[in-house]
Design a protein around this ligand. Structure first.
Ligand SMILES: C[S@@+](CC[C@H](N)C(=O)[O-])C[C@H]1O[C@@H](n2cnc3c(N)ncnc32)[C@H](O)[C@@H]1O
Length: 312
């Protein structure tokens, strides 16, 4: 597995190309037919032009809107930003321009989080989606679990606005700020399941990402520092203070990063576990709090527990 997240979740545009039409064209041109949309997408290098055309045609409310969407897509904007939504775990999640597009692979993290939350058997588990982006993971957790006390946070104002919309139905509170500093202090020692899909692309590899990610998603959503684990280390250092006894924190990494992530978890007194899914190209590191929740894991005096590896 590469350390670079696999290609963009939407059927990608193979190469950047100039828009095929000008604003004047769209004023004079007849409404776009579905075959014409397919042809334009194909000419722009869209790998799955038929599928994308179907989505664009079914989402656009007017011919002009369709023409504008086709123009944005052929100009290289991610499909999800053109549509204004992404599918995640069977949900249609709003994704605004400049907000990270939730990846299919993250459904694996979601599945693990749902399983762990159910096993805790709390009547209303406290769930936090840190580094929430659009809030897709939090929204899907709430949809799967039913009664939850849901919080989310992100450092990017555009992400916070988007997540507020996506989490409103679940009664989720979305806060803006740097990691745990954004959360209400009263959550310390109370979080049952903390999901944190942090940025984890090593700085030197951001330039190797597909243009759709590199050019249309904010750097802060992608760049995880020299080895990609800077934000993850900060999360694991603070998480033990915030977790309820027996609570869990889940992060996504690359397969190559997982052993280093495990060290970070263990160093902070979290019992680490690695899980992977070859089909989704996903690796998740899970840490379980061992203490009483308040300030139990921030020292280096804990014995490093041995990680378990589960592959499925
Ligand atoms: C890889 S994206 C994941 C978004 C979302 N959880 C998902 O899976 O679709 C990482 C997110 O972390 C946010 N982020 C990066 N650094 C942060 C920080 N220090 N505090 C809070 N959020 C941060 C970015 O703005 C971005 O939305």
């Amino acid at each position: 597995m590469s350390t670079i997240p696999s290609p963009h979740p939407s059927p990608g545009i193979a190469a950047q190309s100039a828009p095929l039409s000008s604003p004047l064209d769209s004023l004079l041109a007849p409404p776009l037919t579905r075959p014409a949309v397919v042809a334009r997408l194909r000419a722009a290098g869209c790998v799955f032009a038929e599928d994308e055309a179907e989505l664009l045609v079914s989402t656009a409310r007017t011919p002009d809107e369709l023409a504008a969407m086709v123009e944005r897509r052929t100009g290289g904007l991610p499909l999800e930003h053109v549509l204004g939504w992404a599918e995640f775990a069977g949900l249609r999640v709003a994704v605004d321009p400049g907000v990270f597009v939730p990846r299919r692979r993250t459904e694996f993290l979601l599945g693990r989080a749902v399983g762990l939350a159910r096993a805790l058997d709390r009547p209303r588990p406290v769930i936090v989606d840190l580094c929430c982006g659009s809030g897709a993971v939090g929204a899907a957790l709430a949809a799967a679990l039913g009664r939850v006390e849901l919080y989310a946070a992100d450092i990017e104002p555009a992400a916070v606005r988007c997540a507020r919309r996506n989490l409103a139905a679940a009664g989720g509170e979305v806060h803006e700020g740097d990691l745990f500093a954004a959360l209400p202090a009263g959550l310390r020692g109370r979080i049952d399941v903390l999901v944190a899909n942090v940025p984890y692309v090593p700085t030197d590899e951001v330039g190797l990402l597909p243009p759709e990610a590199r050019e249309h998603e904010p750097l802060v959503a992608l760049d995880g520092g020299a080895d990609g684990l800077d934000v993850l280390r900060r999360v694991t250092a603070a998480a033990p203070e915030w977790l309820a006894p027996g609570g869990h924190v889940l992060v996504e990494t690359s397969e190559r990063q997982a052993p280093h992530a495990v060290e970070a978890f263990a160093r902070n007194g979290l019992v680490p576990q690695v899980a992977g899914d070859d089909d989704l190209y996903a690796t998740v590191v899970i840490g379980t709090g061992t203490g009483t929740g308040r300030g139990t894991g921030s020292s280096t005096h804990h014995q490093a527990p041995r990680p378990a590896h589960h592959s499925c």
